[in-house]
Design a protein around this ligand. Sequence first.
Ligand SMILES: Cc1ncc(COP(=O)(O)O)c(C=O)c1O
Length: 455
Amino acid sequence: MENLRVMLDESDIPTHWYNVVADMPNPPLPPLGPDGKPVTAERMLAIFPETILAQEMSGERWIPIPEEVRAAYQLWRPSPLCRARRLEQALGTPAKIYYKYEGVSPTGSHKPNSAVPQAYLNKVAGIHRLTTETGAGQWGSSLAFAGQMFGIAVRIYMVRISYQQKPYRRSMMRTWGAEVFSSPTDMTQAGRSILAAHPDSEGSLGIAISEAVEEAASRADTKYALGSVLNHVLLHQTVIGQEAKKQLAKIGEYPDIIFAPCGGGSNFAGIAFPFFADNAAGGRKGKPARLVAVEPTSCPTLTKGEYAYDFGDASGYTPLMKMYTLGHDFMPPGIHAGGLRYHGDSPLVSQLFHEGLIEAIAVPQRATFEAGVQFARSEGIIPAPESCHAIRACIDEALACKASGEPKTLLFNLSGHGHFDMSAYDRYLAGELEDFAYPREAVAASLARLPKVAA
Ligand SMILES: Cc1ncc(COP(=O)(O)O)c(C=O)c1O
């Protein structure tokens, strides 16, 4: 019987996180303050503890993972690497398809890989209360869970449309002891001003971030935690790619192409950056592995955005980051992949994309659910709507291999399961799911309001 799953021992849980900054051809551009100058550590310390800030600014290639964090990772890591044999057969492709399955975590996605160290590093810094945002609910659940692990109270601003679409995500967060509110709320200045202008606002990650940052900055006992975008979050997620490399090496394989969904960039970085380290050293197969970020056509940050300094949130509370952006007040259409409804992208992912070292493509909503259903019907697992984006791209590549006869090795990050997204699947199966056209005018209007920065 052929092995379809490659497992690692718990002792194989990585001991270090990999910092891509050490291998980037050019140093990352600094975040800027309102005066256009690099933001001071003091300003960042209002919302992040020093323990996190040190990781955010680090240029060290390897950063040790504290034993307490590895011990918590043991609850679900190492995650399996699987061969999608039945999908290959269904497609009739000569390509080999592998996926790294992050849905085995307690919350059902990759997000606890960063929630756990963030809660731990706050605890070490003496912090007992955190605020955060959540789109899909995956990050909020993960921080609620991690807060519970380390005795930290967590308050979550959940994007209104997801709050309505995913009632059981709220229940999960409350089960792990967190407070959850539908954002925009009337509890913050940011929320109140959005509600005054748009009482029916569906909310967005940018708005929820503003609310969470505003609260953290206004309370001495509270810090803020972000589920993606920032360097330290991407760093934590590299346990995914490090394990995948080890698992593929065990069976003598190496990927030609890697796909991952891309919202703020953390799961993409998590699986892709450890392979980028090989690319930076010339590539394992004599050429670099192609690293492909997959985003929705309705919120196409990398593929249609502008590479510019912009705020990470809707109200302009965060420092300015150089990133691909659709404009900080862009309101993405209400697609079901709530985790991909973000106007910006990680500065590290953005810079690598700008320098041509990684790739990006955009796919429409219905085609992603079609891919998710095909995956579920061959491999069994029902993927999160975000993950369906990577599956779509991977299936398209496998079909191209069928046409060309090339037996490429493909790997994608199955970043989460879709057990709390079944209403979206219901709508797809009933033929009610819509494709949103690229919102050209809304993006253009939002980009026209980008902050002016001399650089
Ligand atoms: C299952 C899943 N995959 C992917 C993403 C995209 O986020 P990121 O690009 O930050 O990994 C999310 C975000 O919530 C998610 O929940």
